[in-house]
Design a protein around this ligand. Sequence first.
Ligand code: IMP
Ligand code: MG
Length: 192
Amino acid sequence: MRGDLERVLFDEPAIHRRLDEIAAQISSDFRDRELTVIAVLHGSLMFVADLLRRIPLPLKLECLSVASYHGNPQTSGEVIFKLATATPSGGGQIPLPNVAGRDILILDDILDSGHTLAAVRKALETAKPQNIRVCVLLSKKKQRARNVAADYVGFEIEDEFVVGYGLDFREHYRNLPYIGVLRKELLEEPGK
Ligand code: IMP
Ligand code: MG
């Protein structure tokens, strides 16, 4: 798999050092608060697991599964909620976690066009949380289709397609322990 990468951007120690810093910041900001973490799967899986083990606060974890680009590196703009954890929400169309009155921290892998986080944020707002903050591992430096900002960002990156540490291309490369730029010619191959 390493051969499919143009270059490695962040190796495992670099990721872990940055997670130490973000976790310290979040732990300080959410001290004495009722934190509910909303993980946007699947891309954030590694990030969530490694980050939360560094946050020594009582917290709840809920997961949403969202699809927005269907194996095509150009995001479609349509965001589909595929699954949520079982916490009852009171019978809405999408089974969202019950977050009324709580401080929410949304964790996602990457902020690209902004469609995903805008949709997740909007859906969660209907459940009347106290406050919503957003943390992403990666943020692409680009003009976004949706005006969403993250409160905590692991790394700012150029507008390139990256894989590894949870991030996929057509469901591959999630298990790489580092993050790298996928070779451009692989992006252009027809999907299987
Ligand atoms: P959005 O364009 O901000 O809505 O991002 C949608 C989703 O596309 C992200 O949560 C990722 O799962 C995926 N995505 C966006 N950019 C990349 C990338 O460079 N590599 C892998 N996945 C990406
Ligand atoms: Mg993905």
